[in-house]
Design a protein around this ligand. Structure first.
Ligand SMILES: C[S@@+](CC[C@H](N)C(=O)[O-])C[C@H]1O[C@@H](n2cnc3c(N)ncnc32)[C@H](O)[C@@H]1O
Length: 657
């Protein structure tokens, strides 16, 4: 049997399960045995052959642990022991050489500088990339040693593999260990631990020699601006960002026109890169406040960019204010009025929960691939609040009474990856911490990491969500090296995604995360259900809900008690003790197994597609009676009999045919 994934559950044959575990455990064992030993210098030629061969093979096989699942390949990888990212400023780290590396050791307080070696390719696998790097020594010391450098899951920067995005890298607090391929390697898990250094000769050096005349500084800043504009035409966004930033670094704090131009242009590229925090702050920093027409137009543009960043962050009140500022500077501008009206629409949705669903659905049909299945709408959350839920951590509670069918709340996704998008990746993970193999939305995890690195203001609300590993500091690490932002703990992100992500469509590999909905606890007897319009999640009451009552949702709807328990424990790490589970637990193993068998028989009858033939309906009715007979009347009084739900629905539909 090949592995298959269904409803968050992975089905592996015992042999496949054992083989996977053995591979991962062997790697761990090798790590332990070699721990603390000195690194033996690698043979450069043999490394070169390996990387060239692996690069050729990478198109055909995404990694040694990939499993065929019939439809394609499921990549498997191990989640190891968490460790924190480096939070020490770069200038405070002590340089080290490759000869100092010890196996399975985090070299805290140290930094290793490397460059991609010769013309070696980068091997790009789904869950990691690797290449061969050479140590960069102090000037005049000749070529350094070479070794492997491997970057884990979060390896792409806006579509560019990080190892391909530069030549020279600083590896912060290097970890030398056994990598995904079973080879000894310098391994990066936290993307913020790898810093790409611009190795092109700096114009700043030239400035130093020219004794910093102001005219020269302005001229060079203009050159950076032109180079950035040229890179924008080529759509090389990381390069555009870097050019404008270098221009700004040279200008310093001076409020000259060129500085305002660079900030305004960088605001634009930030928006293209979905860096909303930077988009807003750069746009506001570019304001000149000068009264002539030219500067009013430029400032109007800046307010438009700042407003767009606020709008896309869901900050509609601020967006409205910024668009109004744009209108004040450029009174005749029609676009500004349209933006204000759109923002007012969002504010109304936020206040009332009234949406134009027809329009939203129509927009989904028209949407481009970049914003595919994402709607332009505001979240409506005023009917709920987060409060402690005894025995379950925190939960979501109703602030007022609601009727069955009413929308309790509507929430835009924090992050979503649809199955048809390039970032989509469902993988199997083997977690050393609890020895479990799970289905994991690795593509979503990667996208969240990028989002957090790019938008530090969103870190704390994400890391406040429930996750087993809390990191060394639950709100993300504070700023480091100025513009480099927060160091994001990838292990912490992994654990939050693992416990809070949902698939809007259980039949597909789409996965998303909704911040407020992540506080909803599970019950097999829920009072709400989710539906989706694109990435807008609507939570509806399935029965009347009193003010102050906890909102509960069924994470797993398996009718069989054992299957449900296993899924809740494996994916969310808890056992449910609702009334239905208490009743189910009291059933004998014999009764549970008989019920399972009858339910399978009913499913087979439905799937055989015998339509509504009288005989099939008679057979189905008999099965309903037999399944119902397995429930103890007294114990299940007032409780749903989930095992008959599907077949009963089929019978009632058959009656209509
Ligand atoms: C999506 S979060 C829900 C919010 C979470 N309670 C919190 O404090 O942030 C899922 C986690 O909540 C807890 N949980 C949810 N439903 C539960 C239940 N019925 N009983 C016990 N724990 C539950 C589990 O720890 C689970 O992994």
């Amino acid at each position: 049997m090949s592995p298959t994934i269904q409803n968050n559950t992975i089905f592996l044959s015992p042999e496949e399960d054992a083989r996977l575990r053995k591979n991962f455990k062997d790697r761990l064992q090798k790590c332990r045995e070699l721990s603390g030993q000195r690194r033996i210098p690698s043979d450069p030629q043999s490394l070169r052959s390996q990387v060239i061969y692996a690069d050729l093979m990478s198109d055909m096989q995404p990694g040694p642990q990939a499993q065929k699942d019939g439809a394609g390949l499921i990549v498997a990888y191990a989640v190891g022991t968490p460790y924190p990212p480096c939070t020490v400023p770069l200038q405070n780290l002590k340089p080290m050489g490759m000869h100092e590396l010890r196996i399975d050791t985090h070299h805290r307080g140290r930094v290793l500088t490397v460059r991609r070696w010769g013309a070696t390719p980068v091997v790009k696998l789904k869950i990691c990339s690797w290449t061969v790097v050479q140590e960069v020594r102090e000037e005049g010391e000749g070529g350094g040693e070479v070794d492997r450098l491997e970057v884990g899951l979060c390896k792409d920067v806006h579509g560019v593999d990080i190892l391909e995005s530069g030549e020279v890298f600083k590896v912060l607090e290097p970890w030398f260990t056994v990598g995904e391929q079973g080879e000894l390697t310098i391994r990066i898990d936290h993307r913020s631990d790898l810093v790409c250094i611009d190795s092109t000769p700096s114009k700043a050096d030239k400035i130093g020699r020219l004794k910093n005349t102001r005219m020269e500084v302005t001229k060079i800043a203009r050159e950076y601006k032109e180079e950035g504009n040229a890179a924008l035409k080529q759509r090389n966004l990381p390069l555009v960002y870097s050019k404008y930033t270098q221009g700004l670094e040279i200008i310093g704090a001076a409020k000259e026109d060129i500085a305002c131009d660079l900030f305004r242009n960088r605001a634009h590229v930030n928006l293209l890169l979905d860096r909303l925090d930077g988009g807003k702050s750069d746009a506001l920093a570019s304001l000149t406040g000068l009264p002539d027409q030219k500067h009013r137009e430029l400032d109007g543009k800046a307010y438009l960019r700042a407003g767009t960043a606020a709008y896309q962050s869901g900050d509609f009140q601020e967006a409205k204010h910024l668009f109004e500022e744009q209108q004040r500077l450029l009174p005749g501008e029609k676009e500004a009025a349209a933006r204000i009206s759109k923002t007012e629409q969002r504010l109304k949705e936020r206040e009332t929960g009234c949406y134009d669903f027809k329009k939203l659905k129509a927009s989904l049909l028209l949407s481009s691939s970049r914003h595919g299945a994402r709607v332009d709408a505001a979240s409506f959350t005023r009917n709920v609040e987060i409060k402690p839920s005894p025995g379950k951590g925190r939960g979501l509670f109703a602030t007022r009474g609601m009727e069955a069918g009413e929308v309790i709340m509507a929430e835009k996704s924090f992050c979503i990856v649809w199955a048809n998008e390039e970032e989509a990746l469902t993988s199997m993970t083997y977690d050393f911490r609890d020895d479990r193999i799970r289905v994991f939305p690795a593509g979503l995890c990667k996208t969240v990491v990028r989002r957090l690195i790019d938008n530090p203001s969103q870190v704390s609300k994400f890391l406040d969500l429930y996750g087993d590993y809390r990191g060394t500091e639950s709100k993300g690490q504070s700023g480091r090296d100025g513009d480099r932002g927060k160091a994001i703990d990838v292990f912490q992100v992994h654990d939050v995604v693992a416990r809070n992500a949902f698939g809007p469509d259980p039949r597909s590999a789409s996965a998303g995360l909704w911040i407020l909905a992540s506080y909803i606890n599970h019950s097999c007897l829920p009072n709400s259900e989710k539906e989706y319009v694109g990435d807008l999640m609507l939570l509806r009451a399935t029965r009347s809900i009193a003010a102050g009552e906890e909102i509960l949702h069924a994470y797993d709807l398996s009718s069989d008690y054992d299957t449900r328990m296993e899924s809740l424990m494996r994916t969310w790490g808890f056992s449910c003790d609702c009334k239905l589970c208490v009743a189910g637990k009291a059933d004998s193993e014999e009764v549970r197994s008989k019920r399972r068998e009858l339910e399978r028989e009913a499913d087979a009858l439905i799937e055989k597609g015998e339509g509504s033939s009288r005989l099939a309906v008679v057979k189905a009715r008999r099965l309903v009676r037999e399944i119902e007979g397995t429930f103890d009347e007294e114990r299940y009084k007032g409780l749903p009999r989930m095992a008959v739900a599907r077949v009963q629905k089929w019978i009632s539909e058959a009656g209509k045919r």
